[in-house]
Design a binder for this molecule. Structure first.
Ligand code: CA
Length: 427
């Protein structure tokens, strides 16, 4: 639903918001921040500033360090909140003098996870990623026969999902390269990232009550960027027969702002264009409205900045760019599939889309694909080469929503720096 909060001509009295690449007044993403010396609290990003939401709207937003109640309340409540905040921050607002004192420079604040994440599920909806990685193991038959029927996923670990800030410690674990006779325990040698779209779950469902596909969108409370840091050598040794485990649950980084479905309303796009010959989704995954507008007009970018680049003051180097149209399944299809057996979802649950890759190397969402498992290292502009990540490397994801007639919005950065492994456990 497009309303006055999306008007292209709308401007904010917060000067940095106007023409801001991520957070103009048309975005108004929700998060949890702590101002200097203060406790974590709900906030809205506006330009280079953060608005203290509970202080600005007392009696509307409860003071507290998580947004789970807002996620639980669903779309009508979110839309009402968006209209109130837009009114406070719009040029000419009569509340400016009061609200101005409740703004903090984002650069001075600490961003926290926006909600308590009860459960985290990682899908595999990037069909080109599934094909590229499948080809590494099965050159003639890269996609398994279930792929175009089942939105494949595994249950991840919510405890290790973090906002940007803390270092990404190189994990240690069991790894065995094919040429090695026996496994050993030690620091991961093939550390990688995975570019994913994060999906925040809203109201959710009771056990035993599947969410129909046509209502799937009502249970999506917002979106973020997600980096599923992956230890490829640990993964290769441990993943059969039950799938990813310690290769994936040492750290997952998400961008800390929840970009709401309301902010993304002008950027709806058709679902994946299934080529001739692909099976139709089973009826419980098929919905005409979702097919017409269940996707998002989002473009992602992945950039690297090595320690040497940082010390030289060089900007991050873009490794790839890809669109959300590379996802074979829509978020509503993920919700419908996840609950089709009666599994209950809760406010603050998080989905990962799966790695997003396009058809050409400039659009691959992991180093596994970009370097063919490390065999063909990338050359960086300063002469360094990378097969996988080295200590000191920073990976930065960004995203931008663009559509004709709409003010573009972004997600903020999802960034992390690799750090040397923590000490090994004693015997
Ligand atoms: Ca993943």
């Amino acid at each position: 639903m497009i309303d006055a909060t999306h008007a292209p001509g709308l401007r904010s009295w917060v000067a940095s918001a106007n023409l801001h690449s991520d957070f103009p007044i048309q975005n108004l993403p929700l998060g949890v921040f702590a101002p200097p010396g203060g406790l974590p609290r709900a906030g809205v990003a506006i330009g280079d500033m953060i608005l203290d939401l509970a202080a600005a709207l007392p009696g509307v937003v409860a003071a507290g360090p998580t947004l789970n109640p807002i996620l639980a309340a669903g779309a009508p409540r979110r839309r009402g909140l968006r209209q109130l905040v837009s009114g406070l921050l719009a040029t000419g607002s009569p509340d400016r003098a009061r609200v101005e004192k409740l703004l903090y420079p984002a650069a001075d604040c600490t961003l926290h996870l926006p909600a308590v994440i009860g459960d985290y599920t990682d899908f595999f909806a990037g069909i080109q990623h599934a094909t590229n990685t499948g080809r590494l193991f099965r050159p003639d038959n890269p996609l398994l026969p279930n792929y175009k029927y089942v939105p494949v996923a595994y249950h991840g670990r919510a405890s290790s999902v973090r906002a940007p800030g803390p270092p990404i410690f190189r994990p240690s674990g069991q790894r065995k390269l094919p040429e090695e006779a026996a496994p050993s325990y030690g620091p991961c040698r093939n550390l990688d990232y995975e570019l994913e779209l994060g999906i925040w779950i809203g109201p959710g469902n009771e056990p035993g009550a599947p969410i129909p596909i046509a209502r799937g969108h009502e249970h999506i409370a917002g979106y973020c960027l997600l980096n599923d840091w992956s230890a490829r050598d640990i993964q290769a040794w441990e993943y059969q027969p039950l799938g990813p485990f310690l290769a994936k649950n040492f750290h997952t980084t998400i961008s800390p702002w929840i970009v709401t479905p309301e902010a993304l309303a002008p950027f709806r796009a058709p679902a994946f264009a299934r080529p001739e010959g692909d099976p139709a989704p089973l009826p419980y995954l098929a919905d005409p409205a979702d097919r017409a507008a269940g996707g998002l007009a989002l473009r992602f970018a992945v950039a690297i900045r090595t320690r040497r680049m940082r010390e030289a003051g060089a900007a991050p180097h873009v490794l790839s760019r890809v669109g959300a149209d590379a996802l074979y399944w829509t978020p509503a299809q993920m919700v419908a599939h996840h609950t089709c057996n009666g599994c209950d979802l809760h406010p603050g649950d998080l989905f990962g889309s799966g790695t997003i890759s396009g058809a050409d190397p400039g659009s691959f969402g992991s180093l596994l694909e970009l370097t063919q498992g490390g065999r063909t290292p990338l050359s960086l502009p300063n002469g360094e080469a990378r097969g996988f990540l080295e200590d000191g490397d920073e990976i930065v994801f960004t995203a931008r929503a663009e559509a004709p007639g709409a003010v573009p919005i972004g997600f903020g950065a999802c960034a992390g720096v690799i750090s040397a492994p923590p000490p090994a456990p004693g015997r």
